[in-house]
Write a protein that binds this ligand. Sequence first.
Ligand code: PA5
Length: 442
Amino acid sequence: MIDVRLEHLYSQLGQDEIDSSMTKLEECHTLLEDGTGPGSEFTGWLRLHQRMEPVVGTIKKAAQRLAEQSDVVLIIGIGGSYLGAKAALEALRPYFSKDGPEIVFIGHHLSGEYIADLCRYLEDKSFSINVISKSGTTTEPAVAFRTFKTLLEKRYGEKEAARRIVATTDAHKGALRELAKAKGYETFEVPDDVGGRYSVLSAVGLLPLAIGGIDVDAMLKGAKNASERYQERSWANPVYKYVLARQALYHKGKTIEMFVHYEPKLHFLAEWWKQLFGESEGKDGKGLFVASAGFTTDLHSLGQYIQDGQRCLFETVLNIKNPVSDFEVPFDRDDLDGLNYLSNRKYSEITQKAMEATLLAHEDGGAPNIVIDVERLDAYALGHLFYFYELSCALSGYMLGVNPFDQPGVEAYKKNMFALLGKPGFEELGDRIKERIKKKTR
Ligand code: PA5
């Protein structure tokens, strides 16, 4: 299903350098499986595919209800409570699909302009809400939820509004859990032992995906298959190849990893991947900086830097070998544009050649490449791929010596923001940082 190829990095790195960390990786794998590594209380994602089986039926029923009663379903969440579902919906649905309700993601920014436009857009449309927040207290989704809950209650009355809201949150604690209890919303749990960015295969991802008509059973089966396949502790395991190669490149001074794809619908999969690896590895002054590019579009922008700029990056190309649909370039008798050498050739063939050409050019320029081949991207394969990346990320974090399941750095901006906005309890910090800002702007 997934193959990892390294032939485009050997000009920079010897196999012995890659192999040298094999024993350490095996040890890290044992720590993860035995639950004895840092953050082990958040490794429940390793078996989510089994744990979700009894709940999937209820998720699908809730999804059907929301879809049937709505022109638009608002999915409210940020970070791990947003990116997995967004990535999968974009990756798996046709580009211009009109099937089912429109799905609009909000609560992942604080743009008042966006909210005002959305309120106008909803004026003549029926809508429902799935609000997702593990903590139940994150500011961006909480403010968005308050806004659209108010709109929904004004439009339908409190009772009907409650039927149009489903909350996905912690089983016991948090403001959202309290609110859901008080108002009688249907709820789904974010398991205690699963952190946001590892939660796409829980109700966090599965409910929005079921609303969007995605085959969530197939997705869970794909993850199950991955969990069995990637147990193996050897070079034959694609997870091992990926983790060892990126680790060796990091120690060679390649401190930026770019996720590269050739399909615009994979843009948000790259965003999900960036959050997963960035938030998991970037701590204690360590970790690869993760970036992304969509080719061939970005070959006409970032391509220059990748080929010729600072030699501090490598690329990991996600190569989907067979597209869901394809098209041929038409023949033109006059050939005034000189393109008849491409006529009757498929777009996928042209893309493949662009990829092969780019791999060689970038390697020659000193930007090595890892290639991850996937036969075809359907729900099963994406479930498998999610698991592949999650396992690779957790093992990479352990190899680096960090806890890949926490995100202490995210708190810094939040504290300052609460202080500046006058949140009760933050008065003293507020005074101090207002003074600092005053000094800076003098
Ligand atoms: O990966 C994570 O844990 C974070 O990105 C969270 O998902 C994000 O901060 C949102 O948190 P919550 O679901 O508690 O609103």
